[in-house]
Design a protein around this ligand. Structure first.
Ligand code: NAD
Ligand code: DAU
Length: 356
């Protein structure tokens, strides 16, 4: 039986990943979910697996060496899947410090512990069989594209925001542990995700919620920046494939060739919502062009040929289907949105776990 140590499992992608892992009650595995429960981590995301004995939640910070040592020693994971991160570009522009601390130093703490418990006694460069450290990274480490071409795994790293710089730094540390100590590692670099449980600070859920409440829809600059959108479940399935069948030391880009301008996304959300709620007040009149994000990357576009050819991964959910599902999910989970953004929940977390 495999033990997964999943960090950031109360966040958007991490919780989708765990729900997916445990979706079949017949599967025998153990998931240890480490999350510090920052503003972005919400145990409500995991309500549907409450009582599932295969899942253990540990409220801990990946930067905390003592806590990580204890977790690694007691659970002896076979897999480490590192989702835990500060993930929002705008926040990194106003406060880069915590991005370096969590995304870089936190990753180093996990690498050190994985190396420590997986190393076999007789040879420093050999590890228990069947173990793997998977770093969940992002296409933002490659920087920004012009109108043509795509990011491949050999595109030079050229991060622009403090967020992407911290993720690129973490990637280099993971690579260094692979190159120097032969630790079995993989790095996945995915494009923009969307779907259930995404914190409503990110473009798609923010626009859904604002539009529904007839609030302004803030579009940065001209709104013609391009992002390459992937349904979160497709990302989770790709991670699982890499974990099980990826070549140690390899990087895999993940994306579904689904590029849209931000204006296209916003227009689609407006149209869809206006129709499903039969509400003529939801219209493009709500769009407000606001000051552009500093250092705003113009275009992202992933070339997913490697993961397709090597592991047979293909995205399964077309955008037109995924966006309808996502809008429906947010409409049906207004309570979740209110809960995760409410002062009461924040103070509860502060009371339980201290201020973050
Ligand atoms: P998120 O912000 O929704 O979740 C992050 C989770 O990490 C939260 O539960 C938070 O509480 C936890 N966390 C933060 N700091 C921590 C710490 N010091 N110790 C323990 N837990 C901590 O982020 P997300 O969108 O789910 O992204 C998950 C990962 O995927 C990140 O590494 C991100 O860089 C990467 N990624 C995200 C996208 C995307 O579109 N969202 C795309 C590609 C890659
Ligand atoms: O590409 C993968 C990355 O996608 C992940 O690594 C990040 O963790 C994730 O947050 C996301 O980063 P982006 O910056 O692309 O996502 P965000 O939702 O913040 O913004 C998407 C685009 O929409 C971007 O061009 C900025 C724009 N935007 C965003 C917000 C929140 C707006 O125009 N208005 C807004 O209010």
């Amino acid at each position: 039986m495999k033990t997964y140590l999943v960090t950031g499992g109360a966040g958007f992608i991490g919780s989708n990943y765990i729900l997916n892992l445990l979706s079949n009650p017949q599967d025998t595995l153990r998931v240890v979910n480490i999350d510090a429960l920052t503003y972005a981590g919400n145990l409500e995301n995991l309500q549907s697996i409450e009582g599932d004995g295969r899942h253990s939640f540990v409220q801990a910070d990946i930067r905390d060496q003592d806590a990580m040592q204890q977790v690694f020693d007691s659970y002896q994971p076979d897999y480490v899947v590192n989702f835990a991160a500060e993930s929002h570009v705008d926040r990194s522009i106003t406060n880069p410090q915590v991005f370096v601390e969590t995304n870089v130093l936190g990753t180093l703490t996990l690498l050190n512990n994985a190396k420590r418990i997986w190393q076999t006694a007789d040879d420093e460069d050999s590890y228990r069989t069947g173990v793997r450290f998977l770093q969940v990274s992002t296409d933002e480490v490659y920087g920004s594209l012009g109108p043509e071409g795509f990011f491949t795994e050999t595109t030079p790293l050229d991060p622009h925001s403090p967020y992407s710089a911290s993720k690129a730094s973490a990637d280099l540390l993971v690579k260094a542990f692979g190159d120097t100590y032969r630790l079995p590692v993989n790095i996945t670099r995915c494009s923009n995700n969307y779907g259930p449980f995404q914190f409503p600070e990110k473009l798609i859920p923010l626009m859904i919620n604002n539009a529904q409440q007839h609030r302004a829809l803030p579009v940065y600059g001209d709104g013609l920046q391009v992002r390459d959108w992937l349904f979160v479940e497709d990302h989770c399935k790709a991670i699982e494939l890499v974990l099980k069948r990826g070549e140690p030391g390899e990087v895999y880009n993940i994306g579904g060739h689904n590029e849209r301008t931000n204006m296209q996304i916003v227009a689609q959300i407006i149209a869809q919502l206006a129709e499903s709620l039969d509400d003529p007040q939801i219209s493009e009149a709500l769009i407000q062009h606001v000051a552009d994000r500093k250092g705003h990357d113009r275009r992202y576009g992933i070339d997913p040929a490697k993961i397709g050819a090597a592991l047979g991964w293909q995205p399964e959910t077309p955008f037109e289907e995924g966006i309808v599902q996502t809008i429906r999910w947010y409409l049906e989970h207004q309570g979740w949105v209110e809960h995760v953004t409410s002062g009461a929940y924040r103070s509860y977390l502060e009371q339980m776990y201290g201020s973050r």
